[in-house]
Design a binder for this molecule. Structure first.
Ligand code: HEM
Length: 293
């Protein structure tokens, strides 16, 4: 049983890395018109006489991305009550990610006995914020008629699993490790340095369940909104607002796509022609109809 936990955990890390890289490669190889699906909106091209406006430089885009991710600005402007719980949840998750990074580094860099309780307070505060925010999201998704309208039922289960993950992590630190930072750091150190293989293969239930729950989230990550957001901002930073100038790389890509032939037909689309022809010629049927009027 213990070795199955180890295999599932390291397997899920590998799965997550491969899944993220495969999605990224697929995205980079997508033709330009499919990449537009990831378009973030509010482009300079939405403005009248955009060519007279100043181009947004890369630094402005990076700043805007950081503010979006840190403050979840879109939700702040669109739905303030929902944003307040969404923000609590994300603040907790961001602090928990930083806490794990600190825990792994501190376990090998700091003498465990010298560890202060500040690390414990940080971990518990982050878990509490994520839990309160997550519970708030679940309640809003159940009670708010607009928010529940397009919410797939599977996502409710996701929030129950999320809340359970947070509760179990709190239990492991507070009760299994007796809220002792030195004990926790010593345990993490033997795990990250592979210091005690026998112990690694027979983890106690509190840490085994924590690791299994973490594996679920690692497997889910390549399919989650986080990956989609990553691609959306990648698109924003790399492709958005790149002007389609004569002889430029964008014109080259679009020209190639317009040269592809159309494989389906409809009253306004004729089979056997290229997309360039379809886009620039009026179909015979339609032009006859227009002449008859
Ligand atoms: C612009 C940045 C972000 C926005 C707008 C955003 C928004 C959201 C939304 C709308 C949800 C779903 C709420 C619901 O189901 O009702 C969510 C869930 C979640 N977010 Fe984010 N998020 C952002 C960035 C991040 C980042 C960077 C992380 C972690 C690294 C993260 C972690 C999570 C997790 C773990 C969930 C729960 C699982 C899920 O729905 O996939 N989010 N976020």
């Amino acid at each position: 049983m213990g070795s199955a936990v180890v295999i599932i955990f390291y397997g899920s890390i590998l799965f997550c890395l491969v899944g993220v890289v495969v999605r990224l490669i697929k995205f980079i190889k997508m033709p330009v018109h499919l990449k537009w699906e990831f378009y973030k909106g509010s482009s300079i091209y939405e403005q009248m006489e955009w060519w007279t406006k100043e181009q947004v430089n890369l630094w402005e885009k990076v700043k805007s991305t950081i503010l979006d991710v840190l403050l979840l600005r879109e939700y702040y402007h669109r739905n303030r009550p929902f944003w307040s719980v969404l923000y609590l949840f994300h603040l907790g998750i961001y602090l928990l990610i930083l806490w794990h990074v600190w825990l792994f580094i501190a376990s090998v860099a700091v003498e465990p006995e010298t560890a202060s309780t500040a690390g414990l307070i940080w971990g518990h505060t982050a878990t509490a914020l994520a839990f309160i925010g997550g519970l708030g999201i679940l309640i809003k998704r159940i009670t708010d008629s607009e928010l529940k309208l397009y919410y797939p039922p599977l996502h409710y289960i996701k929030w129950v699993v999320m809340l359970f993950t947070l509760l179990e992590a709190f239990y492991a630190v507070q009760y299994y490790f007796d809220a002792s930072m030195p004990a926790l750091l010593k345990y993490v150190k033997t795990q990250v340095t592979f210091g005690d293989i026998e112990h690694k293969l027979h983890p106690p239930p509190a840490t085994a369940i924590h690791v299994l729950l973490a594996s679920i989230w690692l497997i889910y990550l390549p399919f989650s909104h986080i990956m989609r957001l990553f691609l959306r901002y990648y698109h924003y930073l790399v492709y958005d607002d790149v002007p389609n100038v004569k002889g430029g790389p964008m014109e080259h890509k679009i020209r190639k796509l317009l040269g592809l032939s159309v494989s389906w037909s409809a009253p306004h689309i004729q089979k056997g022609k290229t997309w360039g022809e379809v886009a620039t010629e009026i179909p015979k049927e339609l032009s006859k109809g227009a002449a008859g009027k």
